[in-house]
Ligand binder design. Structure first.
Ligand SMILES: [Zn+2]
Length: 247
């Protein structure tokens, strides 16, 4: 483990362009639940019954109510040491740094990162279905205010997140693929490596012979493309790597 930490830090020091991909695993230490079944209030629904456009068109109030509830939990969570370590990396690499995340929890933004591609959207953004505006919205609504109306045109709105069966935003995906194809070091943190198209990004990096590092609590679909795999908690290992990089 110690050797791996040192060697990854050396690799990062020598690299010119860094791309980082993060998934749900990085937010676990912040106490963000996976919202799958365990919670009393919502356990009669599965995410696939709520996080779809079909569910939303059938019952927008119900779907909004679920996102409102998640917003409340996520808002009270805080970025952890792994989020802050990734912010340190952006400060070191400046314009040669891209962060791609599958998370909608905004914790990277709150840790300070600026150059972020949020593949699955952001729970603190609302999108108008009429005027198409996307705006910052971290309000926790009262039940009777749901579904909220657009601040600009009064139209029908939805959470700006990607639902099951929906395509990712083309521009964001293109930028993520470009960042993966142009880096010389690709760092993958806490992703299962099974959700496409995010899972294909480390492969794109490996194909152009970027050095691929994975940090995860278990082996994943990414591990086969990785030049180095560190099986550990990101919030414990990443700050140590970053300290060595700054040395
Ligand atoms: Zn509108």
């Amino acid at each position: 483990m110690e050797e791996k930490i040192k060697s990854v830090a050396e690799r990062i020091k020598k690299s010119n362009k860094l791309t980082v991909l993060t998934g749900a695993g990085i937010s676990k230490a912040s106490g963000i639940p996976t919202f799958r079944g365990k919670d009393g209030l919502w356990n009669k629904y599965s995410p696939s019954e709520l996080a779809t456009y079909q569910a939303f068109s059938k019952n927008p109030k119900l779907v909004w109510s679920w996102y409102n509830y998640r917003r409340k939990i996520i808002k009270s969570a805080k970025p952890n040491a792994a989020h802050y370590a990734i912010y340190e990396l952006e400060k070191i690499f400046k314009d040669n740094f891209t962060l791609i995340t599958q998370n909608i929890d905004s914790l990277h933004r709150r840790a300070g990162n600026k150059n972020i591609l949020e593949l699955h959207g952001n729970i603190f953004q609302t999108k108008c279905l009429i005027c198409d505006k996307v705006y910052f919205d971290d309000k926790i609504y009262e039940e009777e205010e749901l579904p909220p109306r657009c601040r600009f045109c009064g139209g029908k709105t939805r959470p700006n997140v990607v639902w099951f069966g929906e395509n990712l935003d083309r521009n964001i995906l293109d930028a993520a693929m470009a960042a993966s194809a142009q880096c010389d070091l690709f760092l993958c943190v806490g992703t299962s490596g099974v959700v496409q198209p995010a899972a294909s990004l480390p492969k794109i990096a490996a194909d152009i012979r970027a050095y691929v590092v994975e940090i995860n609590v278990e082996y994943s679909g990414v591990s086969i493309y990785a030049d180095e795999v560190i099986i550990a908690k990101a919030e414990e290992v990443l700050p140590r790597i970053v300290d060595l990089v700054k040395d």
